[in-house]
Design a protein around this ligand. Sequence first.
Ligand code: GN1
Ligand code: MG
Length: 359
Amino acid sequence: MMETAEIIRHFQISGRFSGSKPFGTGNINDTFRIETAEGKPYLLQRVNTEVFKKPEEVQSNIERVTRYLKERIASENGDPLRETLTPVPACDGGTGCRDGDGRFWRVYTFIENTRSCAQPASLSELYETGLAFGRFERRLSGFPAETLYETIPAFHDTPTRVRQLLTAREADVCGRRAEVLPELRMLMDRMNRADLFVKAFKAGRIPMRVVHNDTKTSNALLDAETGRALCVCDLDTVMPGFAAYDFGDGIRSGASQAAEDEPDLNKVTLSIEKAGAFAKGYLEETGNILTEDERQLLPEGVWMITFEQAMRFLADYLNGDIYYKTSYPGHNLVRARNQIALVLEIERREAEIRHLCHG
Ligand code: GN1
Ligand code: MG
């Protein structure tokens, strides 16, 4: 594609551009793998500026966090070039660049020989994915959280997500409300549970710490040869937050027996074994940094993040599919129904989920 060749010239890469192709499965940004002659491959991304209104602040967070991680990794005798992302400097300074249409681009070195949790995931893949996200939080536990920008306001503030769904319902800009009354009712019936973490924080029971905030299993890279945890990617939402959402999102995405847009709701069940494998990896890394209350509340994050995700998909459907990429009409509704089914499954398995962090 001509355009990516033009963009990549604005970054300090080695080698000459020789080709690009779309890469990955993200719902927000556009990603390309760039090949170079006499050089290494790169990862080029167009950051979605409807979602990230201030991409320069996103880049500032990523630069600082990856620099800090590289020091930690080196001090643990790890490989700073493979165990975290490496943003490539732009020719005009910083690590991002605007094109003539105001679109925002960035480049990373490409980490080769990786894969993420396959669908359906194996227990060892989930364990390694838990290790990867837990290690990320552990290595960042000394980073001053309050100095990071909030790249999406109220991102995992579940009460705000409730209000956003109510606003979408009232506005009903596409006339879709009538079609989703049962889904709205189901979610509204549960809105009094939404403030659990906000209340625990206000009461001083849990801290805000540097978290990843988008721990779906595809965002953890495993070494393709050894299958071991290697690196965490998709750092756009790294900011202060609650560990329980990271814990919960790993299980929401990795322990469901169906993809999050599977239309056959009979397939939407939770594997407690898989949830346990993720929890084991995550806790092995974070056991020493989490407070006792924080650890107690981790299992609640599984329900909370799934409830929140269901609301976000349904709100986007009501708003006319303006946030998530969709592949067909009704995609967001399929996703919302899938996540609602998963909330119900999590409620049925609540006792088993509570046990995940004990023993
Ligand atoms: C988006 O970018 P991606 O696909 O990893 C979203 C997450 C959702 C996820 C659901 C910035 O993540 O919050 O959990 O889709 N990211 C943002 O698949 O909204
Ligand atoms: Mg993302």
